[in-house]
Design a binder for this molecule. Structure first.
Ligand code: HEM
Length: 459
């Protein structure tokens, strides 16, 4: 007989939605994991949702034959802006399969290598900005990394300069996107009867969507008016033919995927870079080791594409930062049929929503030891990472719905961090700052400020 999945006390009619923190839902889900253990169940606006938070259970629900990605209510709201773009498409939608087959080669490690020069172009703009600021200027790294990653995906994938570094504050596109994602999250937790009453929020939401789609319409129109033979992702979208069906992507689907890449391609990577900065500043010995590696193996000369693969400590720092701060914290999956997980313990009905709390899995003491909360890049070195049980570390999702942009994000972050280590030392604006998260579709450090001091200890 199966064990009942624990569930906290609920409010009559409303279930558990009212007890979820609106600003930081992740915090509520993690507290519940600590209270109820590896699995618990909530009633969210009339729907039963199961939450899991250990490596063992995650490993089971990563069986592609038994489980598939489902579009949770948050992503269902994001579909209002990006419809059947790769991230939010249902697996049954033909457009996902066509776009996946056409676009996968564009983000292969080999192809991403060819984007090296464009990445360096954008990263140099950030370096110049921070050099001009000088040590006295309080920098919001989350904001500047957002400018960097937005500019990088736009230039590398669409050969389109957004000129984010030449603006005060956030680019209007990034602002509209952040508001759109936040409101999508809020709408997902609202009962449907309440939605029509949120007039001001609804109007703003629709305006944000219009602004976002106008932006990609312009990029597409501009390309059609000024064709180029550059082999970028946008050209592949316009000309690529799916070998299986002989079909091309429709204009609508191209726009939805352009928007998808702009959203998925920058939110997450900027979060990752901000987490790296936070954990390095909180752990001066790790910062020292990373700097030493960069100084010894690259020195002052311009970094080349081959350098990025010769920096093991850098990779360990990135992996460990993604472990403690996975920007995409929750992934949703669901069983094709009634099934049992947890070694015969927990019964799951066909189609039930299973939320995989990656933030908690990455802190599972059974696999990461009692010091799981500590930032220790050494646990990722010398074959230890490769020897971890499967799915212990899963910031990029899983299987065929895993992240298409992983090689892009990885290379972009590697080059950025080498550039920054070569040129600056860093200090926190408030040395007593402790991590405080901000959540939209992803998480990142909130109200975290630094100073970038140009290095004088070289040459
Ligand atoms: C999917 C994380 C960077 C584009 C995903 C998923 C995760 C993820 C967890 C799976 C989501 C799910 O199962 O619901 C990350 C992280 C990144 C990153 C942590 C950076 C550190 C990027 C970049 C791009 C991108 C740079 C674009 C160039 C996508 C797309 C999907 C996806 C299009 C949907 C794939 C599909 O279902 O076909 N990402 N991502 N991501 N990511 Fe990323």
């Amino acid at each position: 007989m199966s064990t009942p999945i624990p569930t906290p006390p609920a409010v009559p009619f409303l279930g558990h939605a009212v007890s979820i923190d609106r600003e930081l839902p992740l915090q509520s889900f993690c507290l519940l994991s600590k209270q109820y253990g590896e699995i618990y169940q909530l009633n969210l606006v009339g729907t039963k949702v199961v939450y899991i938070s250990t490596q063992e259970l995650l490993h089971e629900v990563c069986d592609d034959k038994r489980f598939r990605k489902t579009i949770n209510p948050n992503l269902a709201e994001v579909r209002n802006g990006v419809a059947d773009g790769l991230f939010t498409a249902h697996i049954e939608e033909p457009n996902w399969h066509i776009a996946h087959r056409i676009l996968m080669p564009a983000f292969s490690t080999m192809n991403v290598r060819s984007m090296f020069d464009d990445m360096v172009d954008v990263i140099s703009q950030l370096v110049l900005k921070w050099e001009r600021f000088g040590p006295g200027r309080k920098i919001d790294p989350a904001q500047d990394f957002t400018a960097l990653t937005l500019e990088a995906i736009s230039l590398c994938a669409m050969s389109y300069r957004m000129n984010t570094f030449y603006m005060e504050g956030l680019h209007p596109f990034a602002e509209a996107m952040s508001d759109f994602l936040k409101e999508s999250g809020a709408r997902a937790l609202r009962p449907s009867f309440a939605k029509p009453f949120m007039r001001a929020a609804n109007t703003r939401y629709e305006e944000d969507i219009k602004r976002l789609s106008k932006y990609v319409d312009d990029i597409l129109e501009d390309r059609k008016a000024n064709p180029t033979d550059k082999k970028d992702v946008l050209n592949l979208m316009l000309t690529g033919v799916d070998k299986e069906t002989g079909q091309k992507l429709s204009d609508d689907n191209i726009k939805h995927n352009l928007l998808t890449f702009l959203i998925a391609g920058h939110e997450t990577t900027s979060g990752m870079l901000t987490f790296v900065m936070y954990y390095l500043l909180k752990n001066p010995e790790a910062m020292r080791k990373l700097r030493e590696e960069v100084d010894t193996r690259v020195g002052d000369r311009p970094i080349t594409i081959d350098d990025v693969h010769k920096l093991p400590y850098l990779i360990a720092v990135m992996r460990e930062s993604l472990r403690l701060g996975p920007p995409a914290t929750i992934r949703t999956t669901s069983p094709y049929e009634d099934t049992i997980i947890g070694g015969g313990k927990y019964a799951l009905e066909k189609g039930v929503r299973v939320m995989c709390n990656i933030y908690m899995v990455h802190r599972d003491t059974k696999v990461w030891d009692e010091d799981a909360e500590e930032f220790r890049p050494e646990r990722m070195l010398d074959g230890k990472f490769e020897a971890m049980p499967p799915e212990s570390w899963q910031p990029f999702g899983f299987g065929m719905r895993g992240c298409i942009g992983r090689p892009f994000a990885w290379q972009e972050a590697q080059i950025t961090l080498v550039y920054l280590m070569q040129r600056f030392t860093f200090v926190m604006d408030d040395p007593s700052y402790n991590l405080h998260l901000k959540q939209t579709l992803t998480i990142k450090p909130h109200e975290f400020y630094i100073h970038a001091i140009p290095r004088t200890d070289k040459k």
